[in-house]
Design a protein. Structure first.
Length: 196
């Protein structure tokens, strides 16, 4: 099975592992199902994490994925060069090429989140999105995973993001639930309380 130009024919995407059934969910599901069927889920999961980190760290890569003026051929060449530089596997590289061909690179962050949720569900985990003002070290992430495992009663995969605008603390999202312990929210609540 390979990647076609139209993701509309892929099935089983409505709620696999909580992945949303939008266009990004359909692309993510196609990649997940192909990786699972080809027994390459660990490799593709590692590639997806590498791509996520590269997007977070490279303004040039984000500009490439977001630019509406880069034509398909140039986008395909550029994303192939990125994939080679990041040493991504053939399946992930082909997937990125399809995204470039279909002018869907802008949806890559949503596709990465959906893929990670599918892979976590496949492993019997649940996924929690964790937003912090600064990158969390491995020790803190490990402690957070332990606390979340106790709270949710199962293994938890953490999808960590950095957003300096929250100033400090953490925001944790799990499904429709959100725990907002950010300093920004605490300051906003204090400001509202003082007005009252």
């Amino acid at each position: 099975m390979g990647f076609g130009g139209n993701p509309g024919g892929w099935t089983g995407v409505e709620s696999i592992g909580g992945a949303q059934a939008g266009l990004s969910g359909r692309y993510a599901t196609a990649l997940f199902e192909l990786a699972r069927d080809e027994r390459a889920l660990d490799t593709v999961s590692a590639d997806v994490e590498t791509m996520k980190q590269a997007l977070a760290q490279s303004p040039d890569l984000r500009a490439l994925t977001q630019s509406p003026v880069i034509d398909r051929e140039d986008a395909k060449k550029a994303i192939a060069a990125v994939a080679q530089t990041l040493d991504l596997g053939a399946m992930t590289t082909n997937f990125l090429g399809v995204l470039a061909e279909n002018r869907r690179l802008a949806e890559l962050p949503a596709m990465i989140r959906a893929f990670k949720a599918l892979a976590a569900a496949h492993r019997g985990e649940t996924t929690a999105e964790v937003i912090s003002a600064h990158p969390l070290d491995a020790e803190l992430l490990g402690a957070l995973k332990d606390k979340l495992r106790q709270r949710f009663g199962r293994e938890v995969a953490i999808d960590a993001h950095v957003d300096p605008a929250i100033l400090g603390g953490l925001i944790i999202r799990h499904g429709s639930r959100q725990i907002d312990g950010s300093i920004r929210t605490k300051l906003n609540n204090l400001a509202h309380a003082m007005k009252g």
